[in-house]
Design a protein around this ligand. Structure first.
Ligand code: PMP
Ligand code: GLN
Length: 382
């Protein structure tokens, strides 16, 4: 039987490929972003208690009310603003499902959505799967700043949506206020919706604040904002996140959500609701991650990499052109994994036309001992 692929150019994600290569070669895996240390025992106990208490059947479609209330309280603590858990907050199976659902809810075949490269790998395929077009605009290394005049020139009557990822993975940038104002100007001028992936909202360094679209008076009314408990509570395997959007957008979002997953894992939602009530542990994330960033950065520099400063996320970008200028980034990442037993992620898969930069990404959501062991191996490069 003939099957016309909806995603003919899409293969297996670079995260899966590099984690598999790391395992195959017993390399230290600083590629795919996930912690290698345990989550808070209070969170694990809450999960066990929820399952034992019998919370093992379907949760309500939009998310457990207690969890949506706790998310509203968290948003209030963060932004001093009210969000209605009944109409503006939906619990999702991780940020990935929230992103896909928002994209599918608003894009029709032939529509266009603006994506800023380097971009997280799920955005463009999710757009393409709707029969819509991802209009990808480069933010050049090493600053990865959006060029708003260039973006404005790519807007057509078919443009419906602009995606931003702030803080940005893989660029490790944290947008200044002026960029959010420029985004608001553009969205208002062309009546665009905004999809803001803010999963790294708490992973910002050097005393800088994160600026959410939810706290921007002109963006809040036209934005979907997406979050992940996987990042905030060191539990990427739980795959629970949420989407915050005004009622009219949430209404369309939920029409799809109910048929993509119907409802999200019930014991995990009970556990997260209980944990959010007793802990504001996200406040300590900058202090938790910054020393890890600094440890990795110092070691990479000593090994001959040139660093691109990491303002946010749990990733460090490093230019390797002083080490193996002859290798393109995918080949360099493979070589480093196989020959030096440290796995990283090349940057080119995050851009439409690849990249000629000599940059790879290392994850520092790791125990100090893991980072030290990786750096010990990389000493051989120097
Ligand atoms: N967006 C970005 C920028 C990410 O880095 C990730 C995951 N690392 C996600 C979305 C997906 O989050 P989740 O695992 O909650 O689906
Ligand atoms: N977001 C993680 C990263 O950037 C990976 C998630 C995944 O493997 N899909 O490394």
């Amino acid at each position: 039987m003939k099957l016309a692929s909806k995603l003919p150019d899409v293969g297996t994600t670079i995260f899966t490929l590099m984690s598999a290569l790391a395992a195959e070669h017993q390399a230290i895996n600083l590629s795919q972003g996930f912690p290698d240390y345990p989550c808070d025992p209070d969170l694990l106990n809450a999960l066990a208690e929820a399952a034992r208490a019998g919370h093992n059947q379907y949760a309500p479609m939009a998310g457990l009310p207690a969890l949506r209330d706790a998310i509203a309280a968290k948003l209030h603590a963060q932004h001093g603003l009210e969000f209605d858990p009944a109409t503006e907050i939906t619990v999702t199976a991780g940020a990935t499902q929230a992103l896909y659902t928002a994209i599918a809810a608003v894009l029709h075949p032939g529509d266009e959505a603006i994506v800023l490269d380097p971009s997280y790998d799920s955005y463009a395929p999710a757009i393409q799967a709707q029969g819509a077009k991802a209009v990808r605009i480069a933010m050049p290394a090493p600053d990865f700043r959006p060029d708003w005049a260039l973006i404005a020139r790519q807007i057509t009557p078919r443009t419906r949506l602009i995606l931003i990822n702030n803080p940005n993975n893989p660029a490790t940038s944290n947008l200044p206020a002026a960029d959010l104002d420029a985004l608001a100007d553009l969205a208002e001028a062309h009546d665009l919706l905004v999809l803001a992936d803010e999963v790294y909202e708490h992973l910002v360094f050097d005393g800088q604040p994160h600026r959410s679209v939810l706290a921007h008076s002109r963006l809040r009314d036209r934005s979907f904002a997406v979050y992940s408990f996987g990042k905030t509570f060191h539990a990427t395997g739980w795959k629970v996140g949420y989407c915050v959007a005004p009622a009219r957008l949430t209404n369309e979002f939920r029409k799809l959500h109910q048929f993509l997953v119907f409802a999200v894992n019930s014991p995990a939602q009970h556990a997260l609701a209980a944990y959010l009530r007793l802990s504001q542990s996200w406040q300590s994330l900058p202090a938790f991650f910054q020393p890890r960033r600094d440890l990795l950065a110092a070691g990479l520099e000593a090994a001959g990499f040139r660093l691109i400063p990491s303002a946010a996320t749990y990733f460090q970008l490093a230019d390797y052109s002083a080490i193996r200028p002859d290798l393109e980034d995918v080949d360099f990442a493979r070589w480093l994994t196989i020959e030096h037993k440290v796995a990283s992620i090349p940057l080119s898969p995050f851009s439409e036309h690849g990249s000629r930069e000599r940059i790879v990404r290392f994850c520092f959501a790791k125990q100090h001992a893991t980072l030290e062991a990786a750096l010990e191996k990389l000493k051989a490069l120097g």
